[in-house]
Design a protein around this ligand. Structure first.
Ligand code: ZN
Length: 82
């Protein structure tokens, strides 16, 4: 369920602790499906919970894995580096 903070940011419910968290971004290292390369993907949409470590939702994880599998990470519209 989405709510807005007074500043207009999206509020989300943390799937770990169930408390209110913010949407933000996070840089992550991802191993390609062939296991040969590590890519750094920048500015992945992430959940920033004040009680937990920032993390990437399953939905986004799945999208990134699909894009890596198809070797089409640019389709995600994310910045990345090899
Ligand atoms: Zn949390």
């Amino acid at each position: 369920m989405k709510k807005k903070t007074p500043k207009g940011e999206n509020m989300v419910e943390c799937i770990w602790c169930g408390k209110e968290a913010n949407e933000g971004v996070k840089n992550c290292y991802w191993i390609t499906p062939d296991g040969k390369k590590t890519v750094e993907i920048l500015s992945i949409p992430a959940i920033i919970c004040p009680h937990c470590e920032p993390y990437v939702s399953d939905e986004i994880t799945q999208k990134i894995e699909e894009a890596l599998y198809l070797n089409d990470i640019a389709a995600l519209g994310l910045k990345f580096s090899l």
